[in-house]
Structures are given as C-alpha cells and as structure tokens.
Design a binder for this molecule. Structure first.
Ligand SMILES: Nc1ncnc2c1ncn2[C@@H]1O[C@H](COP(=O)(O)OP(=O)(O)OP(=O)(O)O)[C@@H](O)[C@H]1O
Length: 694
C-alpha cells in the first residue's frame, strides 16, 4: 500500500509537550492511522482559511490538528494541534509561501502583517528614521524578503516592533530583518542567516519540494518507531532539526582543522555531537573530548540520544582530555602518581623556602604553567628568550635565571618522586604520541575548547594525523573560565576558511540573553585564533520575563528569599531538577542547599562525583554550571564581597596584566552562570552588588 507521509513541524513539538498525556497518545494514533490509510489526504477536512492548502484533521471530540496538504503530491505536514476553536483561529489568517532565497517553506499571519503596515502608514511621525533605510530593495530581495514583508520593512522604525511581530512574520525573513537590525551587513546576513545557499530560482508553488528543503523546521519521520521516539523526547529537538549552518558545519568535509564558534546556547555542542556521529558512521575512530568530567558525561548521554547503533557508538570515545592522556600512559605501561593542587602548592613553597626566592609560590607556579609548560620550554636558554605575552611583570636576565633555577628544582623533584600534575601527564602523553607512527584516532572533536591549556592542545594534535577532517573544534571564548589563553595558530592548528559562526540561541530567552550579554559589553575578548571575538548578531527567537536582580541586607536574608523564589517556581509547575542554583564559592552553594533542605524542599549539591538525581533542585558552583542548562536559574552571592572572588584575583600591584585577565575571567564566570537559564533568571547578592552588575 502507498504510504502517505506526514512531516512534523518543529513548532508542533512545543504544542505537543503542553498536551495532556491522553491527548498526546491520540495524536500519535491519528498520525499513524493517517500514514497507513490509502489516499489519506482526501480525508482531511476543508476549513475556512485564507490558504486553501491548510486543512484540519480530527484528533478527538475536542482537539484538531492543522495539516499542510499540498495541491499535488502526498507530502503532508502537521503544523499544529490545539482545541478546535484555537486551531481554526490560528489557521484562519495564515498563508504558506516558499522563501525566494532559501527555497524553504514559510508561514505568516497575513492579516496581522497587513494591519501592522496600515497602522504604521497612518501613525508614523515624519521625522522617524526607517530601520532598514541603509539596505536597498534589491539587497532585501536577494535575502529573500518578498513584497508584503518589503512593504512592512520600509515602514518599520524600531527593532522592538519587529520583535513583537516575531510569531507573525515568516521566520526566515524575520531572521534576515533582525540580523540587519542588529548591525550585521548584507553579506553577513547572507552567510550567517540565509545559510550561504547557492542562488537559484525556486518554484513558489511547489510546496512539497519546499518541505523537503526545510529539514531544520520539518522532520520527515521514517516509520512509527522514529515518530514515537521523536515525541518521547520532545526537548531533544536538536536531534532532528538543525539550522542550515549547523548541518553544514557538522556534515561538511574539511581539508584540515575546522571550528564552530558562537555565543552561549547557539548549538555548538549539538554540532559537535552530530559531527562525531557523522565521522563515526563513515567508519572513522573518533575522539569526542572536553575539559571537565561533568561535561564528558553529558556528551555521552546526548550521544546516546542521537545514535542507537552500537557499532557506530563503539567507534566514538567520549573522554576528558586528561583521561585520554592517562590512557596513553597506561598503554605504555607507565604508572605515575598524581600531584593535587594543594600538594603542588606545598612543593612550590618548599622550593621558595630552600632557595630563599624573591618570587612567591603563586608567581612561580603560574610562570611554570603559562610559559614553561605552555611553550614546552625544556632548557635555560629557551626560557631566557621565551616570549612572556600575557604575563605583566617584566623580568631582567638575572631574574629569569633565578626563576629558571627554581622551576628546574621543582621539575627535578617531580621526576625524583615520579609525580605528575594533570598538565605534565598531557605533556608526557603528547611526547609518546608524537613519537608514534600509528595514531589512536582518525578524528578528534573538541567541545568547550576555550578552556584547554596549550599542553592539552599539543596532546590532542598528536593524537590524530594531520589531514582532512582531523580536528573539529567547538568553543566560545566569552565563556572562558579557566586560565588557559591559547592561540591555535601558535600550536600549528590553522582553521582559516574552515570556521562557522552560529548566532541563533536556542536555549535562552531574548530577555535573559540581552541582559547577560550587556555584562560583557566593553570587554576585549579574543577568539581562539587571536582575532577579536564578538557577540554581535547573537539572538534568541523566544521571549519571556525579564531577569530579576535584587540585593538583601544579610546572607541569611538572601537565602530566605532564595527559598521563596524556588518555592514559587515549583508551585508554578517547574520540576525540581529543572532548577539550578549557582554561587561563586562552594560553601555558599552548600549553604543554599542546606537552607532549601531546611525548608523541606528536595535538593542536592552537585560535586565532582555527584551528578544530581531526578526530582531534586541542584545547587552548585558557577564553574560546575558550565555546559549545563536549567529552565530556572538563581545566581546567588553576586555581591562585591564575593564577585570577583578576592582570592582569585592577582593584586594590581603584583601584576597588572594578570590582574585584568583574572577580573575578566570572573566576569565571564558570571556570564556563563546566567546564560544557563532557559526561561527564568534571578541574580541576588547581600551587601553591595558586584561591580560586574553595574
Ligand atoms: N537546531 C536546534 N533546534 C532546536 N534546539 C537546538 C538546536 N540546536 C541547539 N539546540 C538546543 O539549544 C540548547 C543549547 O545547545 P548547545 O548546548 O549545543 O549550545 P552551545 O553553543 O554548546 O552552548 P554553550 O556554549 O552555552 O554551552 C540545547 O538545549 C540544545 O538542545
């Protein structure tokens, strides 16, 4: 029997999660029945809609689905499900069209746009400057703006009106206008929003072809299992709906190392996951790696959502970079002891005491990490002439010689005791891999790349032979929260011409994103290649309440208010595990957990080994927030007493350059914590607010 296929529109999944379970089941049954009924399209009901291709399908007495039924062909798409009246009202004024630039399908509320144009024509003051006065009609047409939207665009004078019509305008064209309004050039919009498709003429009437060209919005599901899977994990929409730029970045063949960059929540991790699966499904041995174990665990879980085939999965190793290094040493039967940070500090202290060094243990440890290890300096001459970019204190030759002797003594001690730090394990592994002809991996995919120290990069570089599709790097230097500044070029990793920048944020509301980005405006941040990094054009399609910020008189008062806020969220139906509470210091986060627990709320404090169970609010340090996301986030302790954390910032008098870098890192940490929120964000403090909130 000929099967009629029913595509599923992305927006429909949002409707789906709001439906009661019993209705959800009926939706699934209706779709399956539809697909297995001969000439099913003929059974759809005509409705009173502007666009005759919109028809209705009966779910039960109360609910209806709105289906796009093309004039020819049997490719149908389910667009919405709602109660009878709501569904019909939605369909009444909608019209479908094919975007002239991308060939993608688009839906608009035609009447509301006409009304907006009429109101603007009547009410516009003669002095108001048109928002798109600087862009010609032909450029707008090239970007896919059609006649109705052009008339609208010519009347708009402020971006807020544009944003209020987000759900009304055809999505692709809305994105173009928003990109232009946020300062992107026509070329940037062409490359980053339209998706650098080849210009061609699309048949505006061929809806079926347009549907198949729109995989980021419409999923064509193969068979009932895939359908049920899609519905059972509706929040994992990224598995099927990729932005054209995400798809291109993930599936392309590259002649060498490539990178994907973009602000928070733009889907870099999603691209890294799709990339790893793509390379493994072609038979390659893939390393999917990141810095922290929390993130590696979350990558592993997501990968299992994306891929079921055990054979493909077996070709992807998900490990932290440090785990990779240890495995390399183990494979060579090398056993080493690990020196913790506190023990390392003690060892430096002993060196300082023995040598009566004028340089303190913090300075020496940093000099060792940032210069000696980063540049792989192995003898005195190399250290005497090493470039010390990023280190503020100038050193003369005699001072350098003294420092080198202290560092040599420290390294000698490590060797004598067979002790290693995480970094020296990586350095040793890099050496072993460099010397070996056969490499453990065909492809290395790195997520959260901004936090890797140069020794970790050297090891990753050595883990894969140089060549096509060797390294794929996802990261955002605005989210750098550890002390690892690195320029990929200096490590021989060149990504020029193989870089994709993502700008659509899928996680956070526009309100939370704008509020958080303001915190970084004015900061000079470089990307991984050393060019200035920018959040320009970074935007969200979703709207919600403004973030709430407030100060309390005391620590206890702040925690009491936190308890109230969390209780309100829970009462509003947010699940406990969808709430994250973050503080700069672990003790404050633990105190928050204790306060919530005393109030009878289910809570768990996350640490290295505790990943958080279901049914519990999660408290954690800001560092642990990285890479995670929550519906609601409360950032606490954002006062001048705790943020920047005094002990984490080098005094200005000691080293001005490091002082500035430390402050920037603390600011980025707050930025990371705030951008984990999907819907709601509160930021609180006791005493004076942090200077970062000014
Ligand atoms: N094409 C997409 N469609 C729907 N949701 C998406 C898409 N791409 C990403 N997402 C969702 O957006 C959120 C953020 O994605 P992801 O974690 O990959 O972003 P990121 O750029 O790595 O973020 P960060 O840098 O802040 O950690 C996730 O919930 C993800 O499922």
């Amino acid at each position: 029997m000929e099967v009629t296929r029913l595509g599923i529109h992305r927006d429909f999944l949002q409707d789906f999660v709001r439906l009661e379970r019993s209705v959800q089941q009926k939706v699934v049954d209706t779709i399956l029945r539809f697909e297995h009924t001969a000439n099913a399209g003929a059974r759809l009901e005509k409705i009173n809609a502007r666009d005759s291709r919109l028809k209705s399908i009966r779910i039960d007495l109360k609910y209806r689905g709105i289906v796009l039924a093309p004039d020819s062909g049997d490719q149908h798409t389910l667009l919405r499900v709602d109660t009878h009246d709501e569904a019909y009202a939605w369909a009444h004024n909608r019209r479908l069209s094919v975007n002239a630039a991308t060939g993608h399908i688009e839906i608009r509320d035609e009447e509301t746009i006409d009304t907006a144009i009429a109101n603007l024509t009547r009410g516009r003051p003669s002095t108001a400057r048109p928002l798109f006065g600087h862009v010609s009609d032909s450029d707008l047409a090239r970007l896919g703006i059609d006649d109705q939207i052009l008339r609208f665009a010519r009347m708009v004078t402020d971006v807020e009106l544009l944003e209020t019509l987000a759900g009304t305008l055809p999505r692709g064209q809305y994105d173009v206008l928003l990109g232009l309004a946020s300062g992107m050039t026509v070329e940037e919009v062409w490359n980053e929003v339209v998706g650098s498709v080849k210009p061609e003429l699309f048949d505006p009437e061929d809806i079926s072809a347009a549907v198949s060209r729109t995989p980021d919005r419409i999923a064509l599901v193969e068979g009932p299992e895939e359908l049920i899977e899609l519905f059972s994990k509706p929040f994992a929409r990224w598995r099927v709906y990729l932005h054209p730029l995400q798809r291109e970045a993930a599936l392309r063949s590259y002649s060498g190392p490539a990178q994907v960059l973009g602000g928070p929540g733009t889907g870099k991790t999603v691209v890294a996951l799709h990339r790893a699966r793509h390379l493994a499904s072609r038979g390659g041995r893939v390393l999917l790696t990141t810095f922290t174990s929390t993130l590696a665990r979350s990558l592993e879980e997501s990968l299992r959502l994306l891929e079921n085939d055990d054979e493909v999965l077996s070709r992807i190793h998900v490990l932290t970079v440090d785990q990779v290094a240890r495995r390399v040493l183990e494979r060579h039967d090398i056993r080493v002891g690990l020196l913790g940070r506190d023990e390392e500090r003690e060892m430096w202290r002993r060196v300082v005491r023995r040598r009566a060094s004028a340089f303190g243990e913090t300075f020496l440890a940093e000099e060792w990490r940032q210069i000696v290890l980063a540049q792989n300096v192995t003898h005195a001459d190399a250290y005497l002439s090493a470039r010390r970019t990023g280190r503020g204190r100038r050193l003369g030759g005699v001072q350098r010689a003294q420092i080198w002797r202290a560092i040599s003594e420290f390294e000698e001690q490590l060797r004598a005791d067979n002790l290693h730090t995480y970094e020296t394990i990586c350095a040793a592994a890099a050496k072993l891999l460099d010397a070996s002809e056969s490499k453990p991996y065909d492809h290395v995919v790195v997520d959260e790349a901004q936090d890797l120290h140069p020794v970790r990069w050297r090891m990753l570089r050595a883990a894969v032979a140089e060549g096509p599709d060797d390294l794929f790097i996802a990261g955002d230097t605005h989210q750098r929260i550890y002390d690892s500044r690195v320029s990929l070029g200096s490590l021989g990793i060149h990504v020029a011409g193989r870089s994709t920048r993502l700008t659509v944020n899928y996680r956070t509301t526009a309100e939370i994103l704008t509020w958080s980005c303001a915190m970084l405006s004015g900061e000079r941040i470089e990307d991984l290649t050393g060019d200035p990094a920018s959040l320009t054009g970074c935007r969200s399609e979703v709207h919600g309440p403004e973030p709430v910020s407030y100060g309390a008189a005391t620590r206890n008062a702040e925690l009491n208010r936190l308890v109230e806020t969390v209780r309100e969220w829970l009462d509003a139906g947010v699940l406990p595990e969808e709430i994250g509470v973050a503080a700069r210091s672990a003790p404050l986060a633990q105190d928050a957990a204790a306060a919530l627990e005393r109030a009878g709320l289910p809570v768990e404090h996350l640490s290295r080994d505790r990943t958080g169970g279901e049914g519990r609010v999660r408290t954690m340090t800001m560092h642990r927030m990285k890479g995670l996301e929550f519906r609601c986030v409360a950032v606490i302790g954002a006062g001048s007493n705790l943020l920047p954390l005094p002990g984490a910032v080098t005094p200005l008098t000691e080293d001005a350059v490091t002082h500035r870098a430390d402050l920037q890192r603390e600011r980025c940490l707050l930025f990371v914590a705030c951008t984990r929120a999907r819907e709601r964000l509160t930021v609180s403090w006791h005493g004076e607010p942090s200077p970062f909130l000014a």
